[in-house]
Write a protein that binds this ligand. Structure first.
Ligand code: FMN
Length: 324
C-alpha cells in the first residue's frame, strides 16, 4: 500500500506472522526502463534475499499501461532478484489514471490481456506473474471479461479488489462478485477488500468460496489479523468449530508503532516530518480497532515535533512505576 506499507512495515507485519507473501508499493512505469535504484528504493529487500527479515517473500508490483515497457521493467526487476511480479490494475488515483495506468485500464480488457501477457512472457516461467484488478472502472460490466483476460494471459493467479474504481474504498466491498468471478476462472483468485476482522474474513470466505485472501487496511488496523486468519485457515477440517486466536493486546501494538518510528529514524537522511506523519497515520488506522489509539491520536495529531510525539508514545508504552 503506497505510503503505508513500506519495507519497515513489511518487516514488522510479517514477523507477527500469517503471511504467505507480501507486495511492494507500486513501481510506476511510463515508457522507459527504470534504473536499479528505483527498484531498490521501493523494494530494499532485493539487495539481500528478496524476503522480509522474517523470511516472507516480497512480490514486486508494477503499474503502467505500456506493455513493452512493463515487460522490460519486469525483466529488470527479476534480474535484480524479484521472486514474483504483480501488475496493478486497481489504482484509482486521478493522476495515475490520466497517464493510462491503474484502474482506467479496466475499461479495456484487451490491454489488460496484452500487458499481462507481455510481462508473463518477459520473465522465466518459474517466476509467478499475477495481476490485481478491481471490479471495473465505473460499473462491474467488464469484471468477468477483465478477470478472464488475466487468466488467458497465463497469469499465475489474480487478486480481485471487490470494488469498482468509482467505489473508491467505501464500505461494503462487493464480495458477492468474488464468488461469481471465482466460478468462471481456473486460476486461483485472491479475495481482497474490507477484510478488517476475523469475522469479515469468515463472511468473505463463505461468500467468495476463495482459499486465498489479501489484506489491505486490515493489515495495519489489526497487526496480527493475518496470524489470526492463518490459524483458522489451518483448521480446514473443522471450519465451523475454528476458534480465533485472541487479538494482540494494545501494549504490544503500541510497541510496534514505536518500533516503526525507530526503524525509520535509523535510515540515512530520515526526515523527522515523515516519521511523525507515519506515526500519526498508523494510529489513525489503529483507532478503528483499539480505542487507546484514538486517544493517543488526538494527543499527537497537532504535534509538530517528532521528539515530543516519540516521548509520549514511549511513555504510553512503558508507564513509569510508582512506589509509595
Ligand atoms: C493508502 C492506500 C494505498 C494503497 N496502495 C496500493 C498499492 O500501491 N498497490 C495496490 O495494489 N493496492 C494499493 N492499495 C489498495 C489495497 O491494497 C487494497 O486493495 C484496498 O485497500 C482494499 O482493501 P481494504 O478494503 O481491505 O483496505 C492501497 C490502498 C490504500 C488505502
Amino acid at each position: 500500500m503506497e505510503g503505508v506499507i513500506d519495507h519497515h512495515m513489511r518487516n514488522i507485519l510479517t514477523r507477527i506472522g500469517g503471511y504467505h507473501h507480501c507486495v511492494t508499493e507500486f513501481v510506476r512505469i511510463t515508457d522507459q526502463l527504470l534504473p536499479p535504484s528505483v527498484f531498490h528504493r521501493i523494494c530494499p529487500e532485493l539487495i539481500l534475499t528478496g524476503k522480509t527479515d522474517a523470511g516472507t517473500p516480497v512480490t514486486l508490483q508494477l503499474l503502467g499501461g505500456d506493455a513493452g515497457a512493463m515487460a522490460e521493467n519486469a525483466q529488470r526487476a527479476v534480474e535484480l532478484g524479484a521472486s514474483a511480479i504483480d501488475i496493478n490494475f486497481g489504482c484509482p488515483s486521478r493522476f495515475i489514471n490520466r497517464k493510462a495506468g491503474g484502474a482506467v485500464l479496466l475499461k479495456e480488457p484487451e490491454r489488460i490481456f496484452n500487458i499481462t501477457r507481455a510481462v508473463r512472457k518477459a520473465v522465466a516461467i518459474e517466476v509467478p506473474v499475477s495481476a490485481k484488478i478491481r471490479l471495473g472502472y465505473e460499473t462491474t460490466e467488464l469484471a468477468l471479461e477483465n478477470a478472464m483476460a488475466v487468466e488467458a494471459a497465463s497469469a499465475s493467479f489474480i487478486t480481485v479488489h471487490a470494488r469498482t474504481k468509482v467505489d473508491g474504498y467505501h464500505h461494503p466491498a462487493r464480495w458477492e462478485w468474488l464468488g461469481k468471478i471465482n466460478d468462471a476462472l481456473t486460476i486461483p483468485l485472491v479475495a481482497n477488500g474490507d477484510i478488517n476482522s476475523v469475522d469479515d474474513f469468515l463472511r468473505c470466505r463463505q461468500m467468495s468460496n476463495c482459499r486465498d485472501f489479501m489484506l489491505g487496511r486490515g493489515a495495519v488496523i489489526q497487526p496480527d489479523l493475518a496470524r489470526q486468519i492463518s490459524a483458522i485457515q489451518s483448521q480446514t477440517d473443522q471450519p465451523q468449530t475454528a476458534q480465533p486466536q485472541s487479538a494482540m493486546k494494545w501494549d504490544e501494538v503500541i510497541g510496534l508503532v514505536v518500533e516503526l518510528a525507530e526503524l525509520m529514524q535509523r535510515q540515512p537522511f530520515a526526515k523527522q516530518k515523515s516519521v511523525l506523519g507515519r506515526m500519526k497515520q498508523w494510529l489513525a488506522y489503529l483507532k478503528r480497532q483499539y480505542p487507546q489509539a484514538g486517544a493517543l491520536f488526538s494527543e499527537i495529531r497537532t504535534m509538530k515535533q517528532l521528539s515530543q510525539a516519540s516521548e509520549l508514545l514511549r511513555h504510553t508504552q512503558a508507564p513509569l512505576s510508582c512506589s509509595a
